[in-house]
Design a protein around this ligand. Structure first.
Ligand code: FAD
Length: 419
């Protein structure tokens, strides 16, 4: 296609179900040469984008991966220290995805020589005895899916195994000691390891903000600034919380971006009871808190939720809310009494991108068969990056793919209620 044909682009990106809406005339100054780069350009190197690029490359495609701030950056949802991999869900598609992803995270460890998967275990505690039946049911379901390390613990067992936790109000717990049902992934490190591996295998990574260029409602190139534009056969937008800025009409009604504050409570000097491997990843059902042991000396991670707010990933300050600092201290004081007078030693503000039904989106842009959207992590996307990237790569390249996945990850028609 001649460059003169690229007549229009969108200042903030594409606009909507009919992606031609709101696009503006391309300026004369802009009409520079388009560089024919690859078979596929992937915009966004978070867990979904970087793994998609990795698989596309391994399946023989020529790939260019763009990220505005770099893989694992502080604004990305996939940045930060740790993420949990677990299988505590009724939706067996996510169990299948977690199992496949776990295998691929482990393979990445071997390929990269980096320690990315920690067998912390996952301890889900509850003060409600009816949770015991829930845990027993989950144990049976997971066993039928080949996950046989679920233990259902009594109050005494929990207290005996982790005396550093206050358990007087805890009556039962579900514990998975390792594997896809109970491990911790090193987040930023993991993303950077995939990116490095992708580059080592011959993939191209460019640090640039990519803006879609549109002609007749179809993406025909990517503006990467400095009057440069790249062109490929397929385009993938895996831009996490930025997706609805790029496709506002289509995605603003379908994605909500909310901040989550994460605080790291210091451990007392010389005290390793709260550090991996002495404490698992932990949660208290219904309490609004979960977290991780101290890993690499960063402190015990406490994440209060739910998140009722909205957040702009580009411009909002990543400074934790004093209210969440108080919540984290109050919680730590009660649940981990030895940490009662310890300071917050690190903090972080991340964002969750919720989809309408909490399912991920892996689908083509409507009426645009050369463009794919991958996102809607909904607070549980990190772990699934490897399997979702593999599925996306198969779909993009026209290879056989998992039909359950394609059904579950469809762009839904329903929209959030705007009231
Ligand atoms: C506090 C917190 C705890 C979580 N806990 C867990 C957990 O325990 N387990 C779990 O599985 N998940 C968890 N999640 C969710 C998980 O982290 C996200 O679902 C996942 O990281 C989303 O990945 P993504 O690739 O969609 O987005 P991102 O990681 O945000 O990646 C998007 C990338 O796109 C880039 N980008 C955006 N726009 C452009 C553009 N125009 N041009 C170029 N680059 C662009 C950005 O720089 C960014 O790197 C948690 C999330 C948070 C915030």
């Amino acid at each position: 296609m001649k460059r003169r044909k690229f007549l229009q682009y969108s200042g903030i990106g594409l606009a909507g179900t009919s992606i031609a809406k709101k696009i503006t005339q391309i300026s004369t100054e802009w009409k520079k040469s388009f560089v024919e780069t690859s078979d596929v350009i992937v915009v966004g190197a978070g867990t979904f984008g970087v793994w998609t690029a990795y698989h596309l490359l391994n399946k023989g495609a020529k790939v260019t991966l763009l990220d505005a701030y770099g893989p694992g950056n502080s604004r990305a949802s996939s940045g930060g220290e740790t993420r949990l991999i677990q299988t505590d869900t009724d939706n067996e598609i996510y169990v299948k995805s977690a199992k496949r992803s776990f295998a691929l995270w482990k393979r990445l460890e071997e390929e990269s020589g980096r320690n990315i998967v920690l067998s912390t275990g996952r301890l889900a505690m509850s003060g409600d005895i009816s949770y015991r039946q829930y845990a027993l049911n989950r144990k049976e379901q997971l066993a039928s899916l080949g996950i046989d390390n679920t233990e259902v613990l009594s109050h005494d067992e929990i207290r005996y195994r982790w005396p550093q936790i206050y358990t007087e109000d805890i009556v039962t717990a579900m514990f998975n000691d390792s594997g896809p049902s109970g491990s911790t992934l090193m987040a930023r490190k993991g993303i950077q390891a995939v990116a490095r591996q992708y580059e080592n295998n011959g993939g191209s990574l460019i640090i640039a903000k990519g803006i879609p260029l549109v002609e007749n409602g179809k993406v025909e190139g990517i503006d990467i600034g400095n009057a440069e534009a790249l062109r490929a056969q397929y385009y993938v937008f895996a831009c996490g919380p930025w997706l609805s800025k790029i496709f506002p009409t289509l995605l603003l009604p379908r994605l909500q971006v909310q901040r989550r504050d994460v605080l790291f409570v210091g451990t007392p000097p010389g005290d390793d009871r709260f550090s991996y491997p002495n404490l698992p990843e932990w949660s208290v059902h219904g309490s609004g808190y979960y977290g991780f042991p101290d890993i690499e000396g960063r402190g015990l991670k406490v994440a209060p939720y739910p998140d009722f707010n909205s957040f702009d990933p580009d411009i909002d300050e990543r400074v934790v809310n004093p209210y969440q600092v108080k919540r984290a201290h109050d919680f730590a004081r009660k649940r981990f009494p030895a940490l009662g007078d310890q300071p917050i030693v690190e903090s972080r503000v991340c964002q969750i991108t919720n989809s309408i039904d909490s399912n991920f989106i892996v689908d083509q842009l409507p009426d645009s068969d050369n463009t794919w959207i991958i996102g809607g992590g909904s607070g549980h996307g990190f772990k699934h990056g490897p399997a979702i990237g593999e599925h996306a790569a198969n779909r993009i390249l026209g290879m056989s793919y998992d039909l359950d996945f394609s059904q579950e990850f469809k762009l839904k028609e329903e929209v959030f209620n705007s009231d």
